[in-house]
Design a binder for this molecule. Structure first.
Ligand code: FAD
Ligand code: NAD
Length: 472
């Protein structure tokens, strides 16, 4: 039997796992991407460099609190070039590793930009010049997303950054405007604030991280209010214009009252849009929605039954791990195995200080849908481990189904929330009930105990809470 010819367009955390899995299943695989090695947005200009910089930010802030327990560090000296090189080194190590793994799997790599000339053929504009035609039995579109650039910048300026240029940390501006209080604004705002910038976040909705659980966000915001110069809510940036070597920024509030502020630099982080344009989709019957996301079914199939789409280009949430899961679904389906993308929980982590994470059903969503839920919240003030770490604020919250006590969702704010949310995701996917969780032994003293104790609160059996109504 001849090998199935698979082409994967885009080598991010959707595309490269798809290519690797297809090769492992014995398919003839071609992977196309403009970069020299696999990695995509996530490895080159997204998850990995931002988390490397956030690691440095955490170290600075950890050191700044150490005096509380008798350890005094002097003010940090930042060697920007070394920090940049270290971050680039992390990226180089990981993308280099992927390049080797790709060679070992004998995936054919074409460096260039692909577009469909028909439902069975791609034309690739090669990075080195010229074109290459690629025919296929199955294609997987994994072209990701790019930053939204609202038309608010007037004229030419090099003082306005997007996430990609901000990750280069060309300098540490004295005053930095961050437009958008979402994932990127808060994460990169945290990096710049820890390096010494006075950061002003402007968010057009009534709260940062719109859509996230307010119990969690309120705790994060109380810390960010200290870390940042200010957070302006219900405020829109109308215009940014460079005047000599500063940015003059016009803001408007809910009442459309304008005000002006001056900044040294600005970072625009108001969302991302799917990379579905210029792909030649008009030469296929593939359909996109009004936002440009490619429409797929639960098997990640597009309207062309032999073409699949995964990752950011195929819909929210635009997260690397969602792209990777879809990659596996698409390839298994191509291989003829029964698979579908049907998760009960997709974890989300905002890598701020403290971290904020959630998974499964949120309280907001349940209330909007009028679903009956039970909510238990364990404050970290009652956690031994949090106290030993000097953590004063944090919360672990569980959303459960009253009729069965099944865990449907969880949210955590506090150090290490991004690691801890994995247990909650496992619990949801495995159909765990509160009584199971409360009786599973968790190591002491760990922050993970807060998840168990949140379940214990439900039964009034938490040793760290006294309630007169305690169960006998
Ligand atoms: P991408 O990673 O965007 O990769 C798509 C690839 O396709 C790119 O290399 C692109 O150049 C290529 N491509 C596009 N068009 C073509 C074409 N026509 N031909 C060939 N190649 C093409 N997510 C998390 O889960 N955790 C995080 O911590 C996190 N942090 C982030 C931080 C930042 C600053 C940013 C910007 C994003 C972050 N994300 C994070 C989101 C995450 O990066 C994306 O969800 C993820 O990269 C999507 O993977 P993907 O494979 O769909 O696409
Ligand atoms: P986002 O959607 O997370 O946040 C954008 C914010 O900008 C929103 O709060 C929105 O209300 C606000 N906004 C929009 N227009 C505005 C305006 N004119 N003025 C002021 N505020 C405005 O988008 P993002 O931060 O650009 O990140 C894009 C996506 O990348 C995220 O949604 C996420 O999927 C992914 N990402 C994930 C992580 C992570 O997993 N840790 C980190 C970074 C990015």
């Amino acid at each position: 039997m001849s090998q199935k010819k698979i082409v994967v367009i885009g080598a991010g955390p959707g595309g490269y796992p798809a290519a690797f899995r297809a090769a492992d299943l014995g398919m003839d695989v071609t992977l196309i991407d403009p970069a020299a090695k696999p990695g995509g947005v996530c490895l080159y200009v997204g998850c990995i460099p931002s988390k490397a910089l956030l690691h440095a930010a955490n170290t600075i802030s950890e050191a700044s609190h150490a005096h509380e327990y008798g350890v005094q560090f002097s003010d940090p000296k930042i060697d920007l070039e070394k920090l940049r090189n270290w971050k680039d080194g992390v990226v180089g190590k990981l993308t280099g590793g992927l390049g080797m793994l790709m060679k070992q799997r004998k995936v054919k790599f074409v460096q260039g930009v692909a577009s469909f000339s028909s439902p069975n053929q791609l034309v690739v504009q090669l990075q080195e010049g010229g074109e290459q035609i690629v025919d296929f039995d199955h294609a997987i579109i994994a072209t990701g997303s790019s930053p939204v650039l609202p038309p608010i910048v007037e004229g030419e300026t090099s003082l306005v950054m997007n996430s990609t240029s901000a990750l280069e940390i060309p300098d540490v501006p004295k005053n930095l405007l961050v437009v958008g209080g979402g994932y990127i604004g808060l994460e990169l705002g945290t990096v710049y604030a820890s390096l010494g910038s006075k950061v002003t976040v402007v968010e057009m909705t009534a709260g940062i991280l719109p859509g996230a659980d307010r119990d969690l966000v309120d705790i994060l915001k109380s810390d960010l209010d200290i870390r940042f110069e200010q957070i302006l809510l219900n405020t829109k940036v109308e215009k940014i214009v460079q005047k000599s070597n500063k940015l003059r920024v016009t803001l408007s509030d809910l009442e459309k009252v304008n005000s002006n502020m001056t900044f040294d630099k600005a970072l625009i982080a108001v969302g991302r849009r799917p990379m579905s344009k210029n792909l030649g989709l008009e030469n296929t019957s593939i359909v996109t929605d009004e936002k440009g996301f490619i429409i797929i079914d639960k098997q990640c199939r597009t309207n062309e039954s032999h073409i699949f789409a995964i990752g950011d280009v195929a819909g929210e949430p635009m997260l690397a791990h969602k792209a990777t899961k879809e990659a596996h679904v698409a390839v298994e389906v191509i291989a003829g195995h029964p698979e579908s993308f049907d998760p009960l929980a997709i974890p989300a982590v905002v890598f701020t200080e403290p971290e904020l994470a959630w998974t499964g059903l949120s309280e907001i969503e349940a209330r909007q849908k009028n679903w009956e839920i039970k909510v238990t919240k364990f404050p970290w003030a009652a956690s031994g481990r949090a106290t030993t770490m000097g953590i004063k604020k944090g919360l672990t919250k569980i959303i459960s189904e009253p009729s069965t006590n099944r865990i449907l969702g969880a949210g955590i704010v506090g150090n290490g929330a991004g690691e801890m949310i994995a247990e909650a995701t496992l619990a949801i996917e495995m159909g765990t009930r509160l009584e199971d969780l409360k009786s599973i032994i968790h190591a002491h003293p760990t922050l993970s105990e807060t998840f168990m104790e949140s379940a214990e609160l439900f039964y009034n059996t938490s040793p760290h809470f006294y309630s007169p109504k305690k169960n006998k």
